[in-house]
Design a protein around this ligand. Structure first.
Ligand SMILES: CC(C)(COP(=O)(O)OP(=O)(O)OC[C@H]1O[C@@H](n2cnc3c(N)ncnc32)[C@H](O)[C@@H]1OP(=O)(O)O)[C@@H](O)C(=O)NCCC(=O)NCCS
Length: 271
């Protein structure tokens, strides 16, 4: 059974650091150290862990040994109508290989949302790589985040093995956690009762779609095909920036049967 809760004690924070290294393969200079996890907890951020309660040896070694996922968020402040407004910037979400695609990533996001709303924080942001089809599906389609900003080479060069040496272009996800569209996305869907938010946007008529080919992760991972991945990145950067300049937002993500993905852009006025 997977149990999700706030991390406690230095050992669990150390387990987050180790999981981060295992997942991203960062060089030392890119690793977020335990101290930052600790500070995040102290200043109103979030360090949530997913623990496998059945993991062999965990009972003997303590909870840190059973950590299979974590989410780290830092508190932020924006100005809205001249007033400071608190929000959370979710900097990392990780699930250990072998535990993925069973809903743990989504559950960590939902736990972040629950904690934030209890504290009166309605907005969460995070960045994600527009070439990562799975992340885009989770963020945009399953969670109901929207995107209005494209940040080219946001972090500069990165030692992350997931980056494949490409510029660290990022989309900024905005998760308006109490908005009707998010409530609607989080409601269980059935074939008879399709998701209202998706239906509503389809009725308005989506105006632009931007495609990410299914082979993108292979192209990124293989030095011989990295140019193809770079070409998609450049093309999509131009198309998305152009659409954002026209006032459109990414409101959904569609998966095609061949494994490719499509950003769906439409006018967005909430909240
Ligand atoms: C991103 C990550 C945290 C997601 O965790 P997870 O526990 O696997 O996520 P979930 O199981 O909750 O959701 C994954 C969704 O993607 C879908 N998915 C899996 N592989 C996919 C693929 N190749 N293409 C499209 N969707 C895919 C799953 O079916 C699931 O969707 P569903 O609920 O509609 O069926 C995890 O993959 C990870 O740690 N990745 C490496 C680090 C990373 O990229 N972190 C996020 C950026 S900071």
């Amino acid at each position: 059974m997977i149990h999700i809760r706030s991390c406690r004690g230095l050992e669990e924070l150390e387990a987050c650091v180790q999981l981060q290294v295992d997942v991203w393969g960062y060089a030392d200079g890119d690793v977020i150290p335990r101290r930052v996890f600790l500070v995040a907890q102290k200043i109103g951020g979030q360090v949530l862990g997913a623990f496998d309660t059945a993991k062999a040896g965990a009972a003997r070694q303590g909870d840190a040994a059973s950590m299979v996922g974590f989410a780290l968020a830092l508190p932020g402040v924006k100005t809205s109508s001249g007033q400071p407004v608190s929000y959370l910037h979710s900097h990392m979400l990780a699930v250990r290989e072998g535990y993925r695609d069973t809903g743990i990533g989504r559950r960590l996001k939902l736990a972040q949302r629950e904690d934030a709303l209890e504290r009166g924080i309605a907005r969460m942001e995070w960045t994600f790589d527009p070439l990562e089809i799975k992340n885009a599906h989770l963020n945009l389609h399953r969670l109901g985040a929207i995107v209005r900003r494209y940040e080219p080479n946001f972090y500069g060069s990165s030692s992350s093995r997931l980056q494949g040496g490409l510029p660290t272009d990022r989309l900024v996800a905005e998760w308006w956690m109490d908005a009707p569209r998010v409530h609607s996305r989080l409601r269980p869907q059935t074939a008879e009762m399709p998701n209202e938010a998706v239906q509503g946007e389809a009725e308005q008529g989506a105006t632009v779609e931007v495609e990410v080919p299914a082979a993108i992760s292979q192209w990124k991972a293989d030095a011989g095909t990295r140019d193809q991945a770079a070409a998609v990145q450049t093309r999509n950067r131009e198309q998305l920036q152009q659409a954002f300049a026209q006032g459109l937002a990414i409101v959904d993500y569609r998966l095609d049967a061949d494994g490719s993905g499509r950003f769906v852009l439409a006018p967005w006025s909430e909240p």
